[in-house]
Design a protein around this ligand. Sequence first.
Ligand code: ADP
Ligand code: MG
Length: 256
Amino acid sequence: MNTPSAATMIEVRNLRKQFGSNVVLKDISLTVEKGSVVAMIGPSGSGKSTLLRCLNLLTIPDGGHIRVGDHAVTFDGTAACLPGDRKLAEYRANTGMVFQHFNLFPHMTAVQNVMEGLVTVRRQPKPQAREKALELLARVGLAAHAEQYPNKLSGGQKQRVAIARALAMQPQVMLFDEATSALDPELVGEVLNVMKALADEGMTMMLVTHEIAFAREVADQVIFMRDGVVVESGPPAQVIESPHEAATRSFLARFN
Ligand code: ADP
Ligand code: MG
């Protein structure tokens, strides 16, 4: 999966990141094909979140190169390599990110959360942005909750608002960082169903997950990370069911 082609949506080359003396990403290279789903698994602290955050430019890598769709950045460890504010906002909107803890704006209703980027980044008139936001809330099953504030929503509902908010920007890729890890078990399914529907519609997705059965079902590629390196990657049937590496086997044994 390391040879870019015309159908490559995400390209990561020689990505490096360290925090102080802690080298968190060690020369990561990978490609993600348009319309495919990549699941990242691995122990806590292996660099999965940092990799997703680098893809969204929330964390600035020390070196390497990232291309997501039409947007490419080569890193030199300084902020100078970043695009200017407007282009940076566009870049981030194009890589929709969903976090474990939702990160909704608490003082805004569900529909206001979803329309916010359309108004501030895309400069859409409010009525048009609102219409689009209501349509997206309906798509994630929340038409009846548009006027609720986040503190009146369940975790599963909050996460679906967060997904609708990312989708509003019509991103070329969606990144999910343990999107269901903070949810009560009975609420996990409703979020996974939305993610599955997105995958079925052809969205290019990268997700960090501990839902191994979901990764097995939905992912085209599974990446096992440990200590800042990709230990192995391949189709789920191979990585999950007959891993080549002992480290992958011992990690997966926890889930049996
Ligand atoms: P994972 O998501 O696989 O659990 P992370 O990417 O969150 O791993 O973290 C990888 C390593 O980077 C950990 O050792 C973590 O402590 C460190 N780390 C992550 N973010 C920061 C930060 N902002 N400052 C310092 N260290 C960080
Ligand atoms: Mg993490």
